[in-house]
Design a binder for this molecule. Sequence first.
Ligand code: PEP
Ligand code: CO
Length: 388
Amino acid sequence: MYGFATRRSLLPALQQPQWNSEEALSAVRAELGERDPLASCSGHRRLQNRLTEVADGKGFVLQAGDCAEVFSDSGPDRITAKAAQLEDLAQLFESIAEIPAVRIGRLAGQYAKPRSEPMETLADGRTLPVYRGDAVNGTEPTVEGRAADPKRLLTAYEHALATLRVLDDQAGGLCPYTSHEALLLDYEEPLTRACACHGRLYASSAPYVWIGDRTRQPGGAHIAWAASIANPVGVKVGKSADHGEIAEIVDRLTAGRPAGRLSLIVRMGADAIGHQLPQLVERFGNRVIWVCDPMHGNTTKRVTGEKSRLVPAILEEIEKFVRILFAAGLRPGGLHLEVTPAAVDECVDFPSELCSPAVRFRSACDPRLNIAQAQQVVGLTAKLMAVG
Ligand code: PEP
Ligand code: CO
């Protein structure tokens, strides 16, 4: 009935889990296909209208939240705190830049992670499959814990639904649009629905989804799926992106679509952005919204081995991003951050801090900005936008 629900893409799809049971997977896909949509088709149309305004220079996307949402961190108080942090940042941005911020949370679905290695070797010498997000497996370093269990896709749906209910109850402005990386096709395909009014397919998992840097092959299943849906979408672009590939993606995802349908979420790192971004900006101009993700190209390690990010590098990438866009006569369209309201020291303010272990590293994946760091980053971005 839903098209995508009953068939799996035959195109190559990277970063998909090796589920522990094909039979259980089929049952889970069938069940997800019967569930109510998490996001309505009017939701993504409303967001598309806002993004069309952003493309016209009349708004700025502020997209932020966890690198990886975890099921144990999705109680009502935690969700409210995350939405309140995004709202505070949006108001801070608006008060300085005097540009309306479109609030998009990495929320209610950010349960799956692409990984650079399929396996990891632990300190005790055991080799296990890596953690791929709560929608796939657990962080516990055991064979059972790391098994990719399709039933977790249903748990992810339940947690997304519970999160949306909390957000809906928080009227008074705490209502961001939700978003996540559309990584697991076994989750996205059954939740792809035909809109009752227009008949067009749309992702009912969230109003906004993005395709990660590792899964955006122009001939792959993720881009084909993104081309099939009506939602506004993002595509991450790292420093080694092939410009011809990005051109194919831009053509496929913007043909016949409104302005602002596609955001290129640039995550090149403070060192590479200066020589990689200008050519892309010149080539695609105002066909896309240009969003800066200053997190994923600036990941480093503490001497103890934990991942970290230097706030000065994050600020440097944002500053370069904004200058490159302005120099090309274009408007920077948004900022994409990993943040948490928790008192963490995952990202650091000074390089010397990389010499000692983190005292409060709580992220299930990448290092996030804490409240003060996020305010500093958004405040600087707003100032740069205000002068532009
Ligand atoms: C992310 O946004 O957490 C992520 C994995 O990003 P990227 O695809 O840019 O690596
Ligand atoms: Co991340």
